[in-house]
Design a protein. Structure first.
Length: 431
């Protein structure tokens, strides 16, 4: 058999790029096959360099909420590029973007643009520490906030002891300032606040965790966190890099009616260009340089192409009321997959909120990292491969979330449910 172009490219990539990829999940580890290389993407579809076509449920990990290469975004980028690609000096699009974000997310009075979600959360942590003059941070196991040193930490299960580095290269001294707790466990949070009285700068979380599969906050968990933070003088940071502008115009904070002190944004906000943002009350944001003592900067921050792409995407979302459309498509997908699952009473659990979804290969409830880990990796890998071979591309890891875009059609979803149903029937027979 001749080698596919993707395999040849992957071999070449492995010689010159660590693991052959610029972000680890792209390597398809543990799935029993090489990654494919993309030639082109449009709407809900991807085409690889070997000519295979896929219905895409990754959407560049979230940014492609209108589908790939949406004409309004492409036109905005082209128009902006003809006027100059980067200035490093203020441009009007930055003001438009800041005003739009503040109008859509009421907890944000002032906002800074950055170049990735990682930069956004990193800056939130520094700002929270500078504002409170405290050093410790509470995070939750299974929540991902980019590859920020102090957030790459996940303590031993349920333990309130100080964290161990999750990654080589994170100094233990730094990891000790991070307390990792089980998601949805408010008692653990209360205990941590008690044991670290006056030392907690912030609690950071994905209000809807979507980086260990997808699971939801229990009723009142977010409000209880809000109350605990307020009582302790700590800042509440919502990492809405994934959920911001995807689940609702005002993000998860609008859905749950809980206002954080700081919000990190990314992904959808850049329309596919490298963008992040963080914002909050004027009082806190005024601590940033040049007004305040907390340093934060970026050569390419507020880049005109990125602002143009983001603004075009966000305005189009509002114009077509994409959130309602995405929820309708999500309901169709859920109906289709769950309907088929019911036919063979096998151990699968399907979670969905709006256009985000995840299938776990367990029938036990999933509400935190430990319960998400009950999903059986071998079943996931087989399901993934089966669907991919039939032209349906789901996220290549159990611990990721699926995304619908406004470019998916009911026909795409019908086909997807048929393929997924066949995969589950096969796994069900084997299980
Ligand atoms: C993707 C993601 C990040 C990191 O964003 P990058 O742009 O990859 O740096 C941070 N937080 C959450 C919740 C994310 O999903």
């Amino acid at each position: 058999m001749t080698k596919s172009r993707s395999s040849a490219l992957f071999s070449a990539a492995q010689t010159r790029i660590p693991g052959g990829v610029n972000s680890p999940v792209r390597a398809f580890r543990g799935l029993g096959r090489d990654p494919f290389f993309i030639e082109r993407a449009e709407g809900a579809r991807l085409w690889d360099v070997d000519g295979h076509e896929y219905i895409d449920y990754v959407g560049s990990w979230g940014p492609a909420i209108l589908g790939h290469a949406p004409p309004v975004v492409v036109a905005a980028v082209q128009k902006a590029a003809t006027r100059g690609i980067s200035f490093g000096i203020p441009n009007p699009l930055e003001v438009e973007m800041a005003e739009l974000i503040c109008a859509w997310v009421p907890s944000i009075e002032k906002v800074r643009m950055v170049n990735s979600g990682t930069e956004a959360t990193m800056s939130c942590i520094r700002l929270a520490r500078g504002f409170t003059r405290r050093d410790k941070v509470i995070k939750f196991e299974g929540c991902y906030h980019g590859h920020v040193d102090s957030l790459l930490v996940q303590a031993g299960s349920g333990s309130l002891t100080h964290g161990q580095p999750d990654s080589a290269g994170v100094p233990a001294e730094l990891a000790r300032l991070t307390i990792a707790l089980p998601f949805n466990d408010i008692d653990a949070v209360r205990t941590a606040f008690r044991e670290n009285s006056g030392q907690i700068a912030a609690v950071i979380l994905e209000p809807i965790p979507a980086n260990a599969g997808l699971y939801l906050p229990r009723a009142s968990f977010l409000q209880s966190l809000r109350d605990e933070c307020t009582a302790a003088g700590a800042l509440l940071i919502f990492d809405e890099v994934m959920t911001g502008f995807r689940l609702a115009r005002g993000g998860a904070q609008e859905i749950y009616g809980v206002a954080p002190d700081l919000t990190a944004l990314g992904k959808v906000i850049g329309g596919g260009l490298p963008v992040g943002a963080f914002g909050g009350s004027a009082q806190i944001m005024n601590q940033l340089s040049p007004d305040g003592p907390v340093y934060q900067a970026g050569t390419l921050s507020g880049n005109p192409l990125a602002m143009a792409a983001g603004l075009a995407q966000l305005r189009e979302l509002e114009r077509i009321d994409a959130w309602q459309l995405l929820d309708k498509l999500g309901a169709e997908l859920q109906e289709g997959i769950c309907g088929r699952m019911r036919c063979f009473e096998k151990p699968f659990t399907f979670h969905r909120l709006g256009s985000m979804f995840c299938l776990f290969f367990t029938d036990l409830p999933v509400f935190d990292l430990a319960s998400a880990k009950r999903s059986k990796p071998a079943l996931f890998a087989e399901y993934f491969r089966f669907c991919l071979e039939r032209g349906v591309y789901f996220a290549p890891s159990q611990f990721e979330t699926g995304f619908l875009s406004a470019a998916h059609t009911s026909a795409d979803i019908e086909k997807t449910c048929a393929v997924a149903g066949d995969a589950l029937a096969r796994l069900g027979r084997a299980a």
